[in-house]
Design a protein around this ligand. Sequence first.
Ligand code: GLU
Length: 427
Amino acid sequence: MVMTDVAHTAAPSEGADLLSTVQQQFDEAADLLDLPARLRGILRAPQRELTVNFPVKHDNGRIEVFQGFRVQHNLARGPTKGGIRYHPAVTLDETRALAMLMTWKCALAGLPYGGAKGAVVVDPKQLSLGEIERLTRRFATEISVAIGPERDIPAPDIGTNPQIMAWIMDTISMHQGHTVPAVVTGKPINIGGSEGRLEATGRGLTYVLTTASQHLGLKIPEIRLAIQGCGNVGSTVAREAVALGMKVVALSDSRGGVYNPHGLDVEAVLTHKARTGSVAGVANADSLSNEELLEIECDVLVPAALSGVITAQNASRIKAQIIAEAANGPTTKAADAILYDRGCLVIPDILANAGGVTVSYFEWVQGLQEFFWSEREVNAQLRRVMTNALQQVLRVAAERQVDLRTAAYMLAIQRVGDAVTTRGIYP
Ligand code: GLU
């Protein structure tokens, strides 16, 4: 299965690491906000968690029981929103962390949602299309008690794609007896998906990157990008950057990377990957490892693959002036401090990759209204949301003398905390 959404590959221990990282980031921002203890207690842990174990019949008749999760972190600002991940190493802790990140991401973008995340512990590459369909339909049925257009709206994430969203939509619609387009986003366009949704995460990142570069006084045609990861997001960023006149000097996937200091021919690299399965070995480029890519001479580094790749070990060797986080959680807490001291501008995941959920919101609105927008309208609204969010984060960062991640968390936590306070504690 191809065309996954936000890029990420987890190692088994990463789930707990990511949860402790996002909780530390929350604590730091909550301290700076002087957030009352009662609000901290409410916001630090997920509101609802559902674990499901369900059987799926393989093509050869064998029955296997799979485990899945749906975590709804906070419902104060509206229904919850977030992707579903299919990955063999995904854990409940990782799903909790990702749900919490979704709450902040939605609040920061000003979307009327809380955050959620779903996952199934499975390697979709090991299953046939029919097996993936049966797994998806059964998982959708198991979590149907929790999802719905007014309750919680899933979307694609690692290992899932528009076709899987179509099966979820169809399954829920069969249960209801009528079509329910707004129960998921990231659907194929012919059944109510939005124009521009597939490219939205990468495109939103380039909008933010352009504004941030201007803020730093960088000249767009002189910008050299290194992109780690070449899935949906990494490849879209590469294409959009070239269209803006930037140079992509390095690009990689799980099998390795390629480098050309004068700029790669991005279309040739993507064609080579489509043909051979990897960017490695393309003509007119040197090869380099995923680790080397992070430290290469460039102006902008876009980690669009693994979480936890920028660490205290390599942060001081990173040469980029801007890091735009396409993946969720690519930078550790210790690395953040080193990068801040060195004057590197880190555009945090909850800001840099918020384009996906923003166009998901547009898709949900279009589905509820049964009135569809042109790609031009979608992109114009996406640009407005992304640049507004960046301006607000830059303002808080300057006022409070903090890095962009802390500023983004502060803005988001304040908004969610205010919603909880205004609604009051029930009963
Ligand atoms: N999975 C994406 C993310 O992590 C998109 C979620 C959505 O569109 O709801 O932001």
